[in-house]
Design a protein around this ligand. Sequence first.
Ligand code: NCD
Ligand code: ZN
Ligand code: ZN
Length: 343
Amino acid sequence: MTQTLTIRRPDDWHLHLRDGDMLRAVLPHSAGHFARAIIMPNLVPPVVTGADAAAYRDRIRAALPEGSAFTPLMTLYLTENTDAGDVAQAYADGLIHAVKLYPAGATTNSASGVTDFSRVSHVLEKMAEIGLPLCTHGEVTDTAVDIFDREAAFIDRVLDPIRTAHPDLRVVMEHITTSDAVDYVLASDRNLAATITTHHLVINRNHILAGGIRPHYYCLPVAKRESHRLALRRAATGGDPRFFLGTDSAPHTDANKLLPCGCAGCFTAPNTLSILAEVFEQEDALDRLEGFTSLHGPAFYGLPVNEETLTLVRETPDFPAHIDTPDGPVTVFDPAMPLHWTA
Ligand SMILES: NC(=O)N[C@@H](CC(=O)O)C(=O)O
Ligand SMILES: [Zn+2]
Ligand SMILES: [Zn+2]
């Protein structure tokens, strides 16, 4: 039995670091394992201009543990007022690596997102021209659409029309949760990829709702039925370079999770790699873990792979149930299965 597994150092292509005290509390958990991460811009207020992104990057750098080589890859939050020239300049400066599309109201801190997609088409056109990827939170917000159908509806109503109108636009479907999304990626011939989270490889909607409501498993897009989880596992472990890791580690204090209307998000940064190794071993695909965590993402984003490595050891990992932050405890995602790999 394999006792150690050495892979190129992973990157996280979808990460929420927040700001201030929360940033300082959660950042070491990602910086300890990952070389780089695409940093989500859904702060309050959001990161909308190049100047905002530069300032946020500097706050992240200042919060890094001594000696850490972690590189934050910044993104801009697309609004109906986004200035295409500012976006292009931030990309030319090497400051940003993607622009994030949130349909207004779709998820945590998305109030400034897009309502009328025609109002951002000039920005998308510029991005297509310069090769800057668009990352999408792929859910419609139409209250008439069932929450479990919102990802599939987004593909039909929003994403496919955008890709038809802008065929050169490079798109990452973030945190996909359905076989519909997997199939849509597989049917594409170019300019499309998807991130998959750790938790969506582990939980289905029963984890949230069966035998009592479990707010710590509530995230958006919400976990779907088991057949979708199995499709995600096949996609993640199958070796196709269009699928790569975006943990979507999204810390909220327990106080904010455990409300009558609690926040969406799973905090997976501390145990993500242990869980992924477990999942890939269960699928007899440990040899494909490196592709998913360390190779496919850089290839899509046109960045070099990391030269440093990370070694996983077959040892039962020990994780706290929660981490303490000045804002209060943040519960660590519970994979509800024994883990055998320590990163
Ligand atoms: N995934 C989540 O459930 N929450 C994210 C937002 C997001 O990625 O949609 C957050 O910022 O908390
Ligand atoms: Zn999202
Ligand atoms: Zn997210």
